[in-house]
Design a protein around this ligand. Structure first.
Ligand code: TXA
Ligand code: MG
Length: 307
């Protein structure tokens, strides 16, 4: 891990696993390294990045005036699938925040990610900027092989891809706005509104901060295949649904998760599988209910808008 941290220090990119999806990391205080993230992803420059740190003790490096409810959230859910949007410190440059007054911070819950972040901090680093390791608008990668498939053609020989197996959660972190009097939900994920409200004792608002959260663009998280919701699959189409739902004759079953957690975990690899098989259309039966199902429906609605 020392070697990977040295690559980050040298300004190279290091793709690494987290519990949500794989990230494409760069030294968050090195503007040149960060600018390579944008070119490798093909992402517009004004979309802000999440800074990953090894523990909440480092939050103060990147943020100021952290409200009490944000500290409560950090204590309860970090390391974990949650990003807090906080007022930025001086360290959080425009090249991280897209010129905004706020910065996204997260402590991921994955042994490889934490080992990398700790080694990086021991070598004097402050934090690792990392978006999901996919080309802009595509499906996030949940395996190292998917990272290489997405970005292999764009990385340099000194960049690294760390393999930590398949991601446990499978959809990106919950993003919570923490710059106002109460938390606001910017992107649903495994940490649900119910969990946030239970933890903070505050009502969560729903922001329509749509420009700045690129994941909130309507067409995002999309495979090449057309994603169809609310339809009965016909022969030749791909199909993703809970295991209790049967596969009609001639339909290509891509995944049969047994619960919503497994649904989130396998969703992106199943969509990638549809593309690998050259399918034109995939029908998905959306999971119902609250919790992670909200995040799954959010991503599916965006995937269904196409590329
Ligand atoms: O689970 C995750 O969050 C993964 C892993 C790698 O940590 N990362 C991830 O990053 O999904 P990315 O860049 O693909 O999505 C992060 C979203 C973007 O839509 C970005 O616009 C938003 O977070 N974001 C980052 N900083 C922000 C800020 N200061 N204000 C509003 N939105 C922000
Ligand atoms: Mg992304």
């Amino acid at each position: 891990m020392l070697d990977a941290a040295a690559h980050l220090k040298a300004g190279d990119l290091v793709a690494f696993p987290t519990e949500t999806v794989y990230g494409l990391g760069a030294d968050a205080s090195n503007s040149k390294a960060v600018s390579r993230i944008y070119s490798v992803k093909g992402r517009p420059n004004d979309h802000p990045l999440i800074v990953h740190i090894a523990s909440m003790d480092r939050m103060g490096d990147w943020a100021r005036d952290v409200p009490e409810y944000a500290i409560a959230l950090a204590r309860s859910f970090w390391p974990g699938p949650m990003t807090l949007i906080l007022k930025r410190s001086e360290l959080a440059g425009d090249f991280i925040t897209g010129g905004q007054d706020s910065v996204g911070v997260r402590v991921p819950d994955h042994v490889v990610a934490l080992a990398l972040l700790e080694a990086f901090e021991r070598s004097g680093g402050k934090g690792v900027a990392a978006p999901s390791a996919n080309r802009f608008g595509h499906v996030s990668p949940t395996t190292a092989a998917a990272v290489i498939e997405e970005l292999g053609g764009y990385l340099s020989k000194d960049d690294l891809v760390l393999d930590g197996g398949a991601c446990d959660v499978g959809v990106e972190s919950t993003i919570i706005g923490c710059t106002g009097a109460s938390p606001s939900m910017l992107r649903p994920g495994a940490i649900s509104v119910e969990m946030i409200e239970e933890c903070t004792g505050l009502k969560t608002t729903h922001s329509n901060n749509e420009i700045r959260v690129s994941g909130a663009l309507e067409n995002h998280y999309a495979p090449i295949a057309k994603v169809l919701l609310c339809e009965v699959p016909i022969a030749g189409q791909g199909f993703i649904a809970l295991a209790t739902i049967e596969t009609p004759e001639g339909v290509i079953r891509l995944a049969s998760p047994s619960d919503n957690e497994e649904f989130a975990r396998i969703l992106y690899s199943a969509l990638r599988d549809a593309d690998a098989r050259g399918l034109l259309e995939v029908v998905v039966v959306q999971p119902i209910g609250i919790g992670i199902a909200v995040a799954i429906r959010d991503r599916l609605a965006r995937a269904a808008k196409g590329r």
